[in-house]
Design a protein around this ligand. Structure first.
Ligand code: AHR
Length: 511
């Protein structure tokens, strides 16, 4: 049995929970768009071909912002191909994913979907094959009310009102040799600065994200961020981070400690951005946009790989790449990654789980068939629903575990929020232990606890094991009631089952 003691105090806060922390990502990749969110002719499709079942699940998730249209895809994309009469739109080769892009779905369809899903649009511009002029044109097309050739083109394409997209990504993973048109840090930094400057001439109040390193293991990590921010510091608002963890090598202890690495990654980028701030005598602060994060599937699953030599695959429309069944272990790791993001919500202001549907998806679909919730759906939905108000600085003393890749980790991983307006404290707790449950005691200092409003846990289902997953046929993994949560005055005690992630909300009044 592991043990942890947590103290929460409403005076010790990090700042408000950023609304955009619960973002996701829709890329023209695999079956995320086609037969994912969009499938004309599906029994659940609306008059625009948008799948209502997927829309409903997106709302249930509590997703707040969605990045679009890529990803690697955007670096070879002409946004103009995806607007105008659908029957006139060109079919193109998408080199990023060796796929045939029909362009039946484009900007207007995505904005319509986002509106129905009640999510904000986070639009990426192509800085791989294109640049300043394309970004300016897209911005004018999307956001200018009318009276110019581009804005009137939007209106003639059926959108009288501007889309008013506020949040823009300046390219995607521009340091990666796999990226169409990848660049050195100086080349990208200059281009991002020029693009940002031109976009701000159209609208000074946009929020702009510059590309950070594609991942922590890039050889130029740190140096890339420094150079890019030296070029762009006063012109952008955020620097991006991307990460995908997996237990591909079978080292599950390390996999379960992934969020320790995520904590360090975030803190490293904060330190780097702040160092550029200090050297440049800048008053403003650059925040972080963790605009791709997730786990990937275990090695033993037969998943069509994201990338493979182009010659081995034919040019197909929406090939089912990167689809698999997430299991209990992966859901617990996703829960700890959410905890890490929330713990750093003072600097991570945007986060996009990648991706929403099918490919590494929170949601899976069958073409012509059902849609269902993957295991990783549940921690996302639970935290997006309960994390309100202020982020609490939790003081945690936990038993520790060790892992080959990331060193020591708390067995019990914690994040917490305090919603003064509605009088509640929410705790998000993971037990990384594979075999032992964990006894947790929480002191709610300075608060008058009135009762446990809800306590739900995701863990190994009865009769299952840590590899249990949800499929089209059966969905045994989800949140169940966490029994045995005790509240005595300011003291909350509970036991987390082995390998679990829980969300517990307590009603409180100021003491
Ligand atoms: O999310 C899948 C891909 O992973 C994205 O297109 C790319 O940006 C990242 O490498």
């Amino acid at each position: 049995m592991a043990r942890a003691r947590i103290t929460l105090d409403p005076d010790f806060t990090l700042g408000p929970v950023p609304k955009r922390l619960f973002g996701s990502f829709v890329e023209h990749m695999g079956r995320c768009v086609y037969t994912g969110i969009y499938e004309p002719g599906h029994p659940e499709a609306d008059e625009h071909g948008l799948r209502r079942d997927v829309l409903e699940l997106t709302k249930e998730l509590g997703v707040t912002v969605v990045r679009y249209p890529g990803g690697n895809f955007v670096s070879g994309y002409n946004w103009e191909d995806g607007v105008g009469p659908v029957e006139q739109r060109p079919r193109r080769l998408d080199g990023a994913w060796h796929s045939l892009e029909t362009n039946q779905f484009g900007l207007h369809e995505f904005v319509e979907w986002a509106w129905l899903a009640d999510v904000e649009v986070m639009e990426a511009v192509n800085l791989g094959t294109r640049g300043v002029e394309e970004a300016r044109a897209l911005l004018e097309y999307a956001n200018h009310p009318g009276g110019t050739q581009r804005s009137d083109w939007r209106r003639s394409n059926g959108a009288e009102e501007p889309f008013d997209i506020r949040l823009w990504c300046l390219g995607n993973e521009m340091d990666g040799p796999w990226q169409i048109g990848f660049k050195t840090a100086d080349e990208y930094g200059r281009l991002a600065a020029e693009t940002a400057r031109a976009m701000r001439m159209v609208d000074p109040d946009l929020e702009l994200v510059a590309c950070g390193s594609s991942n922590l293991s890039m050889p130029t990590f740190g140096a890339w961020e420094t150079t890019v921010l030296q070029h762009t510091y006063e012109l952008v608002d955020y620097i991006s981070l991307h990460v995908y963890y997996s237990d591909q090598d079978g080292d599950v202890e390390s996999f379960l400690a992934s969020a320790v690495d995520m904590d360090r990654f975030i803190e490293g980028v904060v330190a780097t951005a702040d160092a550029v701030r200090a050297r440049g005598h800048h008053a403003k602060q650059i925040d972080l946009s963790f605009d791709e994060w997730n786990v990937t599937y275990r090695r033993d699953q037969e998943v069509e790989p994201l990338t493979e030599p182009a010659a081995t695959r034919s040019w197909d429309e929406h090939p089912p790449i990167g689809e698999g069944d997430f299991d209990v272990t992966e859901a617990v790791v996703v829960g700890t990654m959410l905890n890490s993001l929330l713990r750093h919500g003072d600097r991570v202001k945007i986060a996009n789980q990648a991706q929403l549907v099918n490919l590494l998806g929170l949601i899976r679909t069958v073409e012509g068939g059902p849609a269902w919730r993957q295991t990783i759906f549940f921690p996302f939905a639970a935290m997006a629903g309960a994390a309100r108000g202020e982020i609490l600085r939790a003081a945690v003393t936990s038993d520790r575990s060790s892992s080959a890749r990331y060193g020591e980790a708390d067995v019990v991983d914690v994040a917490a929020t305090f919603d003064q307006e509605n009088g509640s404290v929410s705790l998000f707790l993971a037990n990384r232990g594979l075999n032992d449950s964990a006894d947790v005691s929480v002191v709610l200092r300075g608060l008058r606890a009135e009762g446990v409003a809800s306590a739900r846990v995701l863990t190994v289902p009865e009769g299952g094991d840590r590899f249990s997953a949800n499929t089209a046929e059966a969905q045994p993994v989800g949140l169940v009631d966490l029994d045995g949560v005790q509240l005595e005055e300011q003291n909350l005690t509970l036991t987390l089952p082995a390998l679990s992630w829980a969300a517990v909300t307590v009603d409180v009044a100021p003491a």
